[in-house]
Write a protein that binds this ligand. Structure first.
Ligand SMILES: *Cc1c(COP(=O)(O)O)cnc(C)c1O
Length: 458
């Protein structure tokens, strides 16, 4: 697609709410303007696209509770857009609960999923629950229930089950079968009935891992079917004949949460997830749910991934006998997924190098795009056919809105990049670029704390 075509498409983005936005759909001139104004590396997150994806999910799952797994992108502007769109928030830590609260999610829209929760997180969440008793804690170990009870918590609990099936685009994000996550399926019913004696048990939960894609629907269906079965089992009186009468009570569940993991196509030619088909398969597999029990889902990536791009400037072009290495100013500290998961992100040359022809007139050239970090793994893409890159060109790394900025680090003492949010077409800085001073803030504050204390306490 030529730049002129791409610009035309971008102007039309929003019409028809297409299931995926490709890196070629972004308006090149707009992105060049943003990079010129805010410098690089720069994340651009389009809130309008975030809203469209929320709407697509709500339309495909009209009767389900739809929760956004905020760890995919916790920027304030994104959280507010998702809140306004009507999704709840699924949080993985005290920090995420804190940020969701600040973005206006009340307790009834907050779900905290405690995976081996640090004491500090449990203290914090138990405190929040006093003010926000509608908050729900999703628990994946009996120990965690005990630790909540020790803190006086007796509120809403959802039991995380390890369904024994996993999906995922990479072994590091496949959680369904890993013992770390959830109570083993064959012990889940008993653990849930026990929990109901101490807490208000409102839900069952399973998350198989990230990457439900068109050819993994079978394992998704299997997970969902198992969860439906468990919900039916628990809605019947138990056949246990122990002396504790509460064991026999049916559990009054509100929902069965079958997790997130809805895939997005990273490869340019990969098909978009057929969301209506996934929804249909999910409803079929879970059915029949006991009366009053809703289906719930908690996608993260699907909401934000294709709403974001990472802009990076070419600073070095190095032809070698093996390959041409294009050095850019963003690396694994800005976008970790390629280094950590061997993830593929599409890359497009937006041009702009002075004295060079427009990208449409350049030859496609296979290159490796490498970052500035002293690590072999620090490449954003290998063997990519880009419109022959020159020093000064701007590259757009696509589908970078999920687990992009969130996983950014200061490794190699690199300040984290800036992020601009597009809202109704208008651009505003959502996170300023970190400075060299930001790198040492905590050291300087530690120094100050030490010298502030009286001599004897040091
Ligand atoms: C990470 C996570 C999600 C979201 O996963 P995506 O692949 O981003 O959709 C949902 N639920 C839980 C419990 C998670 O840990």
């Amino acid at each position: 697609m030529s730049d002129a075509d791409a610009d035309a498409t971008a102007d039309a983005v929003g019409d028809g709410n297409p299931p995926v936005r490709r890196v070629s759909d972004w308006n090149a001139e707009r992105l060049r303007g943003l990079a010129g104004e805010h410098e690089t590396p720069l994340y651009v997150q389009d809130l309008d696209r975030v809203r469209e994806s929320c709407e697509r999910l709500l339309a495909a799952f009209p009767d389900a509770d739809v929760r956004y797994a905020v760890k995919a992108h916790t920027g304030r502007a994104v959280l507010e857009a998702v809140r306004d769109a009507g999704l709840d928030a699924e949080c993985a830590s005290a920090g995420e609960v804190d940020r969701a609260l600040a973005a206006g999610f009340g307790g009834s829209r907050l779900h905290y999923t405690a995976v081996n929760p640090p004491a500090r997180d449990l203290d914090y969440v138990a405190g929040v629950a006093e003010a926000e008793p509608e908050l729900t804690v999703t628990v994946g170990a009996v120990d965690t229930l005990d630790r909540l009870a020790e803190r006086g918590y007796d509120g809403r609990v959802c039991v995380r089950v390890n369904p024994g099936v996993g999906a995922g685009h990479h072994e590091k994000v496949t959680t369904g079968g890993a013992a770390k996550f959830g109570i083993p399926y064959d012990r889940a019913a008993e653990a849930t009935r026990d929990a109901a004696g101490r807490f208000d048990v409102v839900g069952l939960h399973a998350h198989a891992g990230s990457g439900i894609d068109p050819d993994q629907l079978d394992s998704h269906r299997e997970l969902v079917a198992r969860m439906g079965e468990l919900a039916r089992d628990l809605s019947e009186p138990s056949d246990r004949d122990g002396d504790d009468p509460r064991d026999a009570d049916p559990i009054d569940l509100e929902y069965v949460d079958v997790g997130g993991g809805f895939g997005v196509p990273y490869e340019e030619d990969a098909p978009a997830l057929d969301l209506p088909a996934v929804a249909e398969a999910t409803r079929e597999a879970v059915a029949p749910l006991p009366a009053g029990v809703d289906l719930a889902i908690e996608p993260g990536r699907y909401v934000v991934a294709d709403a974001g791009v990472l802009l990076t400037r070419v600073n070095t072009v190095k032809p070698t006998p093996d390959e041409t290495v294009v050095g850019v100013d963003a690396g694994m500290t800005d976008l970790l997924r390629p280094a950590m998961y061997d993830a593929y992100h599409p890359i497009r040359n937006l041009g702009g190098a002075s004295g060079e022809p427009p990208v449409a007139e350049r030859e496609a050239t296979p290159v490796t795009v490498a970052g500035p970090i002293c690590e072999t793994g620090d490449t954003l893409g290998r063997n990519r056919a880009l419109a022959d890159p020159s020093r000064g060109d701007l590259l757009a790394v696509g589908v970078a809105g999920a687990y992009g900025y969130e996983m950014a680090s200061q490794y190699n003492s690199r300040p984290r990049p800036a992020e601009v949010a597009l809202d109704d077409g208008r651009a505003a800085v959502a996170r300023r670029r970190e400075t060299l001073g930001d790198l040492t803030t905590v050291e300087r504050e530690a120094d100050r704390d030490r010298t502030d204390r009286p001599e004897g306490d040091r």
